[in-house]
Design a protein around this ligand. Structure first.
Ligand code: GLA
Length: 448
């Protein structure tokens, strides 16, 4: 597989000014080089001094400023479609190929009845395996599991929900169903006619017909086709992080882009993905989100502490909150995990900043204790204390490391208790694979 972007094609196909395009391409090449020098996932030594933390934070701020300068007016307009990370549900993690219209309708009913809609979830996204045959004119039709997509969209819309769908730019989807190759504009028109509100566009077999360096251009083509329909459709790019989509995503109309391969319902995979996203913090912004894949909360493969960590970490990452469990049969604890308003507020904070790690300790990533911060609107911050190790652990944070000075007001976002913090340091015991998630703010500021 080719790992670099061809410069001329990126510049010409993305319609960027040549200087912006060259800057992006140069950036990608630099990151590819760094990737070769630093083996992925290698444990970092515990080495953060306050000076190093301050330096890292300054670096994050500088990268962020550079990125914002690159988001010119057209991209900023996209922000209206996904001002905060999209929230909803997707069929794949739980149902895979067993999804059908009946389950989608029941899921919509459950989303309303369970309080998930009230908590902010609104997209019901059908993933792979809905696709049927193309007719003589080339129009795609849903297969027998789905019948009329228009009727399904109408049902969801009548409940104030939105319908998402899935396709691939290749001839076949990942599950072997019809992709949009040679039918891009036609498919976009079908989606608009049916009342679709969200498209996940999954690379899958596209490597059979396109070179990898054409990928941004291939996504741009679908974006333009969606835009030409006049319907507002959230555009979700899925290319597994292959080509650093956080660099080109906003410029091809992406509202979110997968940053990794697929998640599964294990602590190992979830934590491997979630804790490896810190360096992408500069690239999340209103309208444009890093997507570390859908939630597994409630699917049964992790403990309650582990799902709490999953939910907290995704909120710290300003990740799309796309539930992936069977909403029709949720336990009370799963529902409580998914609908915790304090945690959702961190994810959905209007500032639109992704959190990042400011401290870690441990020789192996699987045993790390980690502290992450996410800046929030109004001068507050979310601070997460994670324990990836096999035993309970104690973590200490000196507020000066965050350039904060007590007294601070703090709220524990899982126990919902408020505290006044008067000491220069905060020490907390965290369960194995667990988390303590706080919202803190200097007492002189008003909470929003
Ligand atoms: C890929 C995607 C998954 C899912 C499947 C469907 O693996 O990454 O999220 O959409 O395809 O086939």
């Amino acid at each position: 597989m080719q790992a670099e972007i061809s410069r001329p094609s990126v510049v010409s196909h993305l319609g960027l000014s040549s200087s912006a395009g060259w800057k992006l391409a140069a950036n990608s090449c630099f990151l590819a080089l760094v990737g070769l020098l630093v083996p992925a996932g290698r444990a970092q030594k515990p080495k953060y001094t306050p000076q190093q933390i301050a330096k890292y934070r300054a670096k994050m701020r500088a990268r962020r400023a550079k990125y914002e300068a690159q988001l010119h007016r057209r991209e900023r307009r996209e922000a209206a479609l996904a001002p905060t990370p999209p929230m909803g549900w997707n069929s794949w993690n739980h149902f895979a190929g067993r999804i059908n219209a009946r389950i989608v309708r029941q899921t919509a009913d459950a989303m309303v009845a369970s309080g998930m809609q009230a908590a902010g979830y609104k997209y019901i996204n059908i993933d792979d395996t809905w696709e049927g045959r193309r007719d003589a004119r080339g129009r795609i039709h849903p297969n027998a599991k789905f019948g009329s997509m228009k009727a399904l969209a109408g049902y969801l819309h009548s409940k104030g929900l939105k319908l998402g769908i899935y396709s691939s730019p290749g001839p076949k989807t990942c599950a072997g169903y019809a992709g949009s190759y040679r039918h891009v504009r036609q498919d976009a028109r079908s989606y608009a006619r049916w009342g679709i509100d969200y498209l996940k566009y999954d690379w899958c077999s596209a490597s059979q017909v396109y070179k990898l360096q054409q990928l941004p251009q291939v996504y741009l083509k679908m974006y333009r086709a969606l835009k030409a329909t006049g319907r507002s459709i959230v555009f979700s790019l899925c290319e597994y992080g292959w080509l650093n989509p956080w660099h080109f995503g906003p410029f091809v109309g992406g509202n979110l882009w997968r940053t990794t391969g697929d998640i599964n319902d294990t602590w190992k995979r979830m934590s491997q993905i979630g804790f490896s996203q810190s360096h992408l913090a500069p690239y999340a912004a209103p309208g444009h989100w890093n997507d570390p894949d859908m939630l597994e909360v409630g699917n049964g493969g992790m403990t309650e502490d582990e799902y709490r960590t999953h939910m907290s970490l995704w909120a710290m990452l300003a990740a799309p909150l796309i539930a992936g469990n069977d909403l029709r049969h949720m336990s009370a604890s799963t529902r409580a995990l998914l609908t915790n308003g304090d945690v959702i507020a961190v994810d959905q904070d209007r500032l639109g900043r992704q959190g990042y790690r400011i401290w870690r300790s441990g020789r192996h990533p699987q045993q790390d204790r980690e502290i992450w911060i996410k800046p929030l609107a109004g001068g507050a911050s979310a601070v997460a204390f994670f324990n990836r190790g096999p035993r309970p652990a104690s973590l200490t944070l000196f507020w000066s490391q965050l350039e904060l000075r007590p007294p601070l007001q703090a709220r524990n976002l899982w126990t919902h208790q408020n505290h006044s913090l008067l000491q220069p340091a905060y020490t907390v015991s965290v369960a194995s694979h667990g988390v303590v998630l706080l919202r803190v703010k200097p007492t002189s500021l008003v909470l929003h």
